[in-house]
Design a protein around this ligand. Structure first.
Ligand code: G6P
Ligand code: ZN
Length: 543
């Protein structure tokens, strides 16, 4: 087997975004595209010689082909060992866990998360550092720099390695260790949660549906929920991972997981329902008749985490991304622990988790997690909910109502305008920034702006600065609106508008969120000119 050095040239646009490099699958399959990016990653981390890396993905179209290429490139670079899941499958949190448990030099995760998969859809590659978390900005910056100067990459001339069954195989001098994708992860969950209490909950007749959306969590959920926890067969729906996710959009929100939402709102609703995304890091939580927003879920989990063995000692702090509602801040205050506000992107939690300053983290984009790994973790959130419900023995609706009565409710919704003209979206943001100082003190339809700012973040651990992380409009009566351009979209620009209104009075906490926010929605459109500038009269997605 010989190593070939292939001459190449820089390919434009290989800049890792919020969560690695995401492009249309066809782009990734184009000449040298994947190879260039992977070589740039290797170069940016000082080469892979003698190193051990984890490799896995969410099983989408091109997953296995890409894995074989990456294996040959790692072997050509002199890597000592690659640990990969069977058929190159690993959920993102399971990959993070393996990177940490096996004390590796990092890992490569192939996923475009919740974006659809298939030859016409999306693919992605990201690098995670030895702490198990997404590469921080200095590393992704170095990767991008490498993509701009690359002139060659190295690849081993060899056939495919057998990765269909567990075991060790050699690829030239490199060991390819194929592992069961579920077992280490399931073991970790068993350490964190009271499986006995959850088993008893299921044995008492508690009903649940978990929608794996034909994505990577199917095997994990089957093994843990229906296996270890004894939930009846059929609890896990759409459990077979498919390369195109069955033609669906594996994003656990009320739009893309509508059948599950309809189920819990209907006559045959189970006690509890949940879904996860393409690569298993996101979650959606539902109960009979209720959808729990991700922001509320974070707050409720934080307030009750001590009921699970892994968190019985209490939390060091709670971190949320800036656009996430402020509900968890009030829990932190009650627990007398610090609350952190970070830019969007799980990577910003890494330092806080590593330094032991935060234990739970969450984002409005359906991500919740803790210091057990360095990624958000869909099934983990589901299991923590189950553990809490098993101890408290109340319904999801009762638990949510109890929480709001104690801490207040934040009516919350995110409005997404997808694939809008990038120039128009950038101008909207720039104009809002410019108008900021004049807006303070002005009243629109009864709402007075208290201040407008652009969010910037100084990491309290390493002092690194991330600026321009979104525009915020605060109102004197407590409402807040946040504007951001998505860092994960693959077509044009996606404008996200996050709307929030605190309601401390339990008598007024039962409105529909869109109704409760309707005034704010109109005012914000007035201020920023969303509909006129984007040419859209309504958002594509409301969460
Ligand atoms: C990914 C990241 C999250 C982030 C989300 C939304 O899922 O892992 O950390 O919150 O994308 O990002 P976007 O830039 O599209 O709003
Ligand atoms: Zn994901």
């Amino acid at each position: 087997m010989s190593i070939t050095s292939v001459t190449t040239q820089p390919i434009e646009g290989q800049k890792p975004g919020t969560s690695g490099l995401r492009k249309k699958t066809k782009v990734f399959m184009g000449p040298h595209y994947l190879e260039n990016f992977v070589q740039a990653v290797f170069n940016a981390i000082g080469g892979v010689e003698g190193k051990t890396l984890v490799l896995g993905g969410d099983g989408r179209y091109f997953n296995e082909r890409a894995a074989q290429v990456i294996l040959r490139m790692a072997a050509a670079g002199g890597a000592a060992r690659i640990i990969t899941g069977q058929n190159a499958l690993l959920s993102t949190p399971a990959a993070s866990n393996l990177i940490r448990r096996r004390r590796t030099d990092g890992g490569i995760i192939m996923s475009a998360s919740h974006n659809p998969g298939g030859p016409e859809e999306d693919f992605g590659v990201k690098f995670n550092t030895p702490n198990g978390g997404p590469a921080p900005e200095d590393v992704t910056g170095r990767i991008f720099d490498e993509t701009k100067t690359l002139t060659s990459y190295k690849i081993l001339e060899a056939g495919d390695v057998d990765i269909a069954s567990p075991g060790e195989r050699m690829l030239a001098d490199m060991v390819v260790e194929v592992v069961d994708p579920v077992s280490d992860y399931a073991e970790l969950m068993g350490e964190l949660f009271d499986f006995k209490a959850i088993r008893e909950l299921f044995a008492s007749g508690f009903t649940m549906r978990f929608d794996a959306m034909h994505a990577v969590t199917g095997p994990y959920a089957k093994s843990i929920l229906e296996g270890a926890l004894g939930a009846p067969a059929g609890t896990v729906m759409n459990d077979v991972p498919l390369p195109d996710f069955g033609g669906g959009h594996p994003d656990p929100n009320p739009v893309w997981a509508k059948p599950l939402v309809d189920l819990v709102m209907g006559a045959d609703a189970p006690d509890f329902a949940a879904a996860s995304d393409g690569d298993g890091d996101r979650n959606m939580i539902l109960g009979r008749g209720v959808y729990v927003t991700p922001s509320d879920s974070l707050a409720i989990l934080a307030a009750n985490a001590h009921l699970a063995p892994g968190y019985a000692g209490g939390l060091a702090g709670i971190a949320r991304s800036m656009p996430t509602s402020r509900a968890s801040d009030r829990v932190a205050e009650a627990l007398n622990i610090p609350a952190f506000e970070t830019p969007t992107g799980w990577k910003f939690f890494g330092n806080l988790l590593d330094a032991g300053r935060a234990t739970l983290c969450g984002e409005e984009s359906a991500g919740t997690g803790s210091d057990h790994v360095r990624e958000k973790d869909g099934l983990w959130a589901v299991l923590l909910w189950l553990n809490i419900l098993a101890v408290k023995r109340m319904s999801v609706a009762e638990l949510v109502a109890e929480h709001w009565a104690r801490f207040g409710r934040d009516y919350y919704s995110r409005h997404d305008y997808e694939a809008v003209d990038a120039e128009a979206a950038t101008k909207l943001m720039a104009d809002l920034k410019a108008a900021g100082p004049e807006l303070a003190g002005q009243t629109f339809a009864g709402l007075t702006v208290s201040n407008v700012d652009e969010f910037g973040y100084t990491d309290p651990v390493d002092g690194s600065i991330s600026s321009s992380q979104g525009m915020r409009i605060f109102f004197t009566s407590g409402e807040r609106a946040v504007f951001r351009l998505s860092g994960t979209g693959t077509v044009g620009a996606t404008l996200r508008v996050y709307l929030e209104k605190p309601e401390p009075d339990p008598e007024k906490q039962n409105l529909d969120a869109q109704d409760a926010l309707s005034e704010l929605i109109t005012v914000v459109d007035d201020i920023a000119g969303i509909s006129t500038r984007t040419g859209r009269d309504a958002p594509d997605v409301r969460t």
